[in-house]
Design a protein around this ligand. Structure first.
Ligand code: NDP
Ligand code: GDR
Length: 345
């Protein structure tokens, strides 16, 4: 039997890698996309096959996490075996500018989707994209037992989503889990997150298209992994025998300054000549240090990441240099290292 998955946020970084992974595993994949005045499917265009083609396995539907009625009818119509809720207003700094919109999408959107699943009465497994931002002010290392202390409207909205997912698991016996994922990046990372902002700028400075890069706080510490590996972890959580929450992380932290050093250094440049401070990129409350402890995922899911922050920076710089050469339609192909131990497949 072909398994069917529904992905919200399929046009985002993680959604595109997850769609790729599930299609490779033989799933029929359904994704929701938002109506926009321009095309917003760049990250998944390479996966798309005309739905009239009998070989088509990827289907896109207009919907929005702010529209509960649409979610309910769509979930009932698709009848998925697995639902991955990746959609969100996912930018922490922007959440201070648009706190209400962030609460509506990143928080209330989750209950709309969970209700859609519950009301349709289908038997499905549900994945919630939770985040290391939940830990906020609580110092590292952080694992599944670490207390939460959110530091932004984004994190507060995700906190609601975390608890309501857990509540639906307990109240309605749903197979609903939280993946508490630490920062994960890739050549497909949104251009305004700090890693991609840096690597894209390295490529442009190297090509003579840009002179300076403006950034905010360089002292914060993040545990950066490779997104293509993290979507495998999401999938494994839904293949487990029992629904449980898991941290996915590398266990190693780097400062933004270290990421700058590696990225500019990889292109033969000295970051200090190009990077300038702009207070616009500071946050009213910052998260100083996130370093995850992924041992539960290693023990119970066999999930072990192989790409560290330094390799990631180099991989992203290389991809941004290639993207400049090949033009706007170019998309990276996943080159997973050897660890993809298929023991759970
Ligand atoms: P992106 O910002 O790249 O993608 C977000 C996706 O959500 C996009 O497809 C976007 O659509 C969609 N979306 C936004 N608002 C709505 C809405 N109202 N209705 C429907 N869809 C909407 O995020 P990532 O791929 O990086 O992250 C995926 C999820 O994981 C997010 O929930 C994020 O908060 C969470 N997360 C991410 C981490 C990371 O390091 N990447 C770490 C931990 C958690 P569109 O393309 O139209 O904008
Ligand atoms: P984060 O990622 O807030 O951790 O959230 P981001 O890359 O935005 O910031 C990381 C750190 O870099 C500092 N910083 C800057 N950040 C941005 N975006 N732009 C800048 O110019 C800049 N200068 C310094 C920030 O202050 C911060 O300390 C990401 C998102 O993907 C969330 O959705 C996800 O939940 C978490 O990761 C885990």
């Amino acid at each position: 039997m072909t398994k069917r998955a529904l992905i919200t946020g399929i046009t985002g970084q993680d959604g595109s890698y997850l769609a790729e992974l599930l299609l490779a595993k033989g799933y029929e994949v359904h994704g929701i996309i938002r109506r926009a005045s321009t095309f917003n499917t760049h990250r998944i265009d390479h996966l798309y096959v005309d739905p009239h083609d009998p070989e088509a396995k990827l289907f896109l539907h207009y919907a929005d996490l702010s529209d509960g009625t649409r979610l309910t009818t769509l979930v009932a119509e698709i009848n998925p075996d697995e639902v991955y809720n990746l959609a969100a207003q996912s930018h922490v700094r922007v959440s201070f500018d648009e706190p209400e919109h962030t609460a509506d999408t990143t928080g209330t959107g989750t209950i709309r989707l969970l209700e859609a699943v519950r009301l349709s009465g289908i038997d499905t497994k549900y994945y919630q994209a939770s985040t290391s931002e939940l830990y906020g002010a609580t110092p590292p290392p952080q694992n599944e037992e670490t207390p939460f202390y959110p530091r932004s409207p984004y994190a507060a909205a995700k906190l609601y989503s975390y608890w309501i997912t857990k509540n639906y698991r307990e109240a309605y016996d749903m197979f609903a889990v939280n993946g508490i994922l630490f920062n994960h990046e890739s050549p497909r990372r949104g251009e305004t997150f700090v890693t991609r902002k840096i690597t894209r700028s390295v490529a442009r400075i190297k090509a003579g298209l840009e002179k300076n890069l403006y950034l905010g706080n360089l002292d914060s510490i993040r545990d950066w992994g490779y997104a293509a590996e993290y979507v495998e972890g999401m999938w494994r959580m839904l293949q487990a025998d029992t629904p449980e929450d898991f941290v996915l992380a590398t266990g190693v932290g780097y400062t933004i300054r270290e990421f700058l050093e590696t990225s500019f250094g990889h292109a033969g440049l000295d970051w200090q000549e190009f990077v300038k401070f702009d207070e616009r990129y500071l946050r009213p409350t910052e998260v100083d240090a996130l370093i995850g402890d992924p041992s539960k995922a290693a023990d119970k899911l066999g999930w072990v990441p192989s790409v560290n922050g330094e390799q990631l920076a180099k991989l992203m710089v290389d991809a941004d240099i290639t993207a400049l050469e090949k033009g706007a339609d170019w998309i990276d192909t996943v080159q997973l290292p050897t660890w993809t131990n298929a023991d759970l497949v």
